[in-house]
Design a binder for this molecule. Structure first.
Ligand SMILES: NC(=O)c1ccc[n+]([C@@H]2O[C@H](COP(=O)([O-])OP(=O)(O)OC[C@H]3O[C@@H](n4cnc5c(N)ncnc54)[C@H](O)[C@@H]3O)[C@@H](O)[C@H]2O)c1
Ligand SMILES: [Zn+2]
Length: 351
């Protein structure tokens, strides 16, 4: 695995700055340090940071720029990130603007970053409480996946990333049900971790087929927002409570809502996906009474930066590989459907 990273490292980088989270597995860090020793003709250094969403703040940027300056990064250098999606988003942005752009590559360490955040070139930080308001589209030089990092990741985080795996399978018929049915059970044996790496990479590469066609999200890339209109609103709602939901958990609920709205919600594909999500991405046990009502969700959705004028723009799903966008949402229709959706969960005794 570390050997594969060594092959990806460009021999022409005058120096490499390995920006990584604290708390990662020491034996893997040592293995990758060995690979860097062998592969970097120039100098390489380490910058260690605390990972997580706090990195995506404006006031975390100066520390990164100071480090870039102290390490003498030039436009011929490479920043190698190693962490969750928050770290790759924030460090990706700092790299994108440092001297008008220093190259960046990602070695993601969460399932969500492995399958989604590290790929596709969206960098970003938050602004005044709103997510990802500042950022660029800057593709990384490469992304190197190694599921062995997941061994130290809390189970809840690892499972949450699988919502994006379901989304990619829904969008790409060549993945479809088979990709999900064959999902390897979690264990820390080398074989299982290798299988996870391969499956996560296959899922991420399907995202890249969309990104390659539409980097700046003027059209086709919008389909990657499947499940995210409601998902982001649910995430924003619970972020302000004592029991926040993870992004992937909120997206899992958003995808369930997409399935509920599908023309034939009793179709085999919908039933399968509903079961797969329930098994792989369990929702937090927040009582239904504390879930946001349709009005509260709508007020979050109405502020989504992807909206056009006053309408909420959504993505609908009609079967494997068949997404439809843009779909314009009406407030009253959304509120009625959400109420029916929550009742259906209540009847099924979901939470
Ligand atoms: N750029 C994109 O296209 C894109 C796509 C999806 C999500 N995102 C962004 O990604 C972020 C979420 O990413 P995430 O889910 O990876 O969360 P995260 O980066 O916040 O990581 C989750 C937690 O796990 C810790 N962690 C990371 N790797 C670990 C490991 N191997 N072992 C133990 N702990 C570890 C982190 O420090 C953090 O506390 C959000 O900010 C979201 O906006 C970006
Ligand atoms: Zn997402």
């Amino acid at each position: 695995m570390a050997h594969a990273l060594a092959q990806l490292l460009t021999a022409d980088a005058d120096r490499v700055l390995w920006v990584r989270e604290s708390g990662l597995a020491p034996e893997l860090l040592a293995e990758y340090a060995g690979a860097l020793n062998g592969a970097c003709p120039g100098r390489w250094d380490v910058l260690e940071l605390k990972g997580g969403e706090a990195l995506k703040r404006w006031d975390a940027m100066p520390h990164l720029f100071d480090a870039f300056q102290a390490h003498g990064l030039t436009r011929s250098s490479l920043v190698l990130t190693c962490g969750g999606g928050a770290l790759s988003d924030a460090v990706g942005l700092a790299a994108a603007v440092w001297k008008r752009g220093v190259r960046v590559a990602h070695m993601p360490t969460t399932s969500l970053a492995m399958v989604d955040a590290a790929w596709g070139g969206k960098t970003g930080i938050n602004w005044r409480g709103s997510k990802n308001q500042l950022g660029t589209f800057t593709l990384p030089e490469f992304v190197h996946l190694d599921a062995r990092w997941l061994v130290t990741l809390p189970d809840r985080e690892r499972r949450a990333g699988l919502a994006e795996v379901a989304k990619h399978a829904m969008l790409h018929a060549h993945l479809g049900q088979t990709h999900l049915e064959d999902w390897p059970a979690w264990d820390t044996s080398p074989d299982a971790l290798e299988a996870w790496t391969a499956k996560l990479e296959k899922s991420a590469r399907s995202k890249m087929s969309v990104v390659d066609a539409d980097l700046h999200e003027r059209d086709a890339r919008a389909q990657l927002n499947l499940g995210h209109t409601v998902g982001h609103a649910v995430e924003a709602h619970f972020a302000a409570t004592a029991h926040p939901w993870l992004h992937g958990e909120a997206v899992a609920l958003g995808l369930k809502f997409v399935l509920f709205q599908a023309q034939d919600r009793a179709a085999e594909a919908c039933l399968f996906l509903d079961r797969w999500l329930a098994t792989h991405v369990p929702l937090p046990d927040t009582p239904l009474a504390q879930w946001p009502d349709a009005e509260a969700l709508w007020s979050h959705m109405a502020h989504d930066k992807k909206n056009v004028a006053d309408q909420v723009v959504d993505v609908a799903w009609h079967g494997w590989g068949k997404a439809e966008w843009p779909v314009m949402l009406e407030k009253s229709a959304f509120e009625a459907t959400w109420a029916r959706f929550v009742r259906s969960l209540e009847d099924a005794g979901t939470t």
